[in-house]
Design a protein around this ligand. Structure first.
Ligand code: ADP
Ligand code: MG
Length: 243
């Protein structure tokens, strides 16, 4: 496997006034280039900590992290600036990274056109639906051409119906743009719908409980496959037995 992210025997403890909190315990994981991997686990088990370590934001206490590519991040909140237009929000990542060359700016325009925001470039974020704002936030990140995208519960602020559409849209965009994605979610259905593999974590301190390779054709029909509910039941039981 051509791994773009490798975690080897990774552990993490936080030191606080109350003492030591162990968040991650001996995690091994490899993610292949172009793969879409979801991570599900009980709340507070250490999922965000894992992403922060992969992104280089915080160091592990033990073990090794190999990352072979530039990382982009997508959060639960879209973090669009309300006073900026959609276009200037989409250019923000390039601006911050001082990569406002003609080719990159043209690429941001191309992404906006391609993914249905071409007519909204001059609008402000508050004039757009929640789903469109998440797309704009994704384009802002993709414009910097990351090889790896880390998504930390990016759809959980959206209502159920919107979440279904938006998560499928974003899954489609990421596979079209051939970005490797690591998605943290507490939504089991979302993890199965979008991923090549679903990693189930244990309670804190988290370790890998099980890995499910999702063997259903991609696309919107995935959720209707009989296999979908089999995966759902198995993962749900694993999470419940652990909680
Ligand atoms: P999740 O994303 O799965 O909900 P987190 O990774 O955010 O879990 O947190 C895992 C555990 O580590 C929690 O018990 C949390 O309180 C603790 N934790 C997270 N960040 C810090 C920090 N900066 N200092 C101390 N403890 C932390
Ligand atoms: Mg979290």
């Amino acid at each position: 496997m051509d791994a773009i992210v490798k975690l080897r025997n990774l552990s993490k403890s936080y030191h606080s006034k109350e003492g030591e909190i162990s968040a991650i315990s001996h995690v091994d994981l490899e993610v292949a280039a172009g793969e879409f991997v979801s991570i599900v686990g009980p709340s507070g088990c250490g999922k965000s900590t894992l992403l922060s370590i992969i992104s280089g934001l915080i160091p592990p206490s033990e073990g090794e992290v190999f990352v072979n590519g530039q990382i982009g991040y997508m959060f639960q909140k879209d973090h669009l600036f309300p006073w900026r237009t959609i276009l200037s929000n989409a250019l923000l990542g390039l601006e911050i990274q001082k990569k406002m060359g003609r080719e990159n700016v043209a690429y941001a325009h191309e992404l906006l056109e391609k993914y249905g925001l071409g007519d909204f470039k001059k609008h402000r974020p508050q004039e757009l639906s929640g789903g469109m704002r998440q797309r704009a936030a994704l384009i802002r990140t993709l414009a910097t051409r990351p090889q790896i995208l880390l998504l930390d519960e990016p759809f959980s602020a959206l209502d159920y119906q919107t979440r279904l559409t938006v998560s499928d849209e974003i899954g489609g965009i990421l596979s079209a743009e051939e970005v490797t994605a690591i998605l943290v979610t507490h939504d089991i259905a979302e993890s199965i719908a979008l991923s090549d593999r679903v990693i189930v974590l244990t309670q804190r301190p988290c370790s890998v409980r099980n890995i499910h390779k999702i063997d259903i054709d991609r696309g919107a029909a995935r959720r209707n496959s009989p296999k979908f509910s089999e995966y759902f039941d198995r993962i749900w039981k694993e999470l419940r037995e652990d909680g």
